[in-house]
Design a protein. Sequence first.
Length: 184
Amino acid sequence: MMKILAFGASTSSKSINKRLAHYTAGLFNDFEVTAIDLRDYELPLYSEDYENDKGFPENARRFHELIKNHDGIIISLAEHNSNVTAAYKNLEDWASRFEGSTWRDRKVFLLSTSNGKRGGAGAMKLTRDIMPWRGGNVVAHFSLPEFSQNFSDNDGIHDEDLKSQYLEQVDAFRKALHENQDKS
C-alpha cells in the first residue's frame, strides 16, 4: 500500500493548516496515511557550525526518515508575513542536509489557508517556485481563503466553488500517486 505523509507547516497548537492537512489526508483512505504535528519535530536553528560540532539532531533524522518512507506528501503552509513559518523553513533546511534533496522526488500536494482573503497565497507562491529545486514534485495545490468562514472539521469546505476546485486537486494528487505506483 502506498503511503502519504501529511502535516501543517506550523507549530501553533491551534493550527488551521494542520487541521486542513489532516482533513485532506483523511480523504485518502486507499493509502496508508501518517499525519504528524510539527511541534513533535522541534529543532535548533540550522547552522553549519552546529552540524559540524554536534551532527544531526534526532528530530531532523526522524523527519528525513518519514520523507524516505512515504510516496506522497501533503503540506498545508501557514503564512507569516507573506512567507513560510520559520519552523517549517528550519525543518526544510535540516532535511536538505541528508543526501542533498529535501523532498527526494516525492509527489507533493501543497495547501495553504489563513483567515484572510488571500488564504496564504504568499507562502504558496514562494513554496511552489522553490520546491522543485529541493526535490519536491508539486502535482496539486490549493489555497483556501477565510478558513473560519469556509471550513469545518466535519464537513470540510463549505463554499461550492472552492470545494470543487479543492476536490479537483485532491483527484490530481491521487492520480499522480497511482501513476507513480503503476510505474513501480
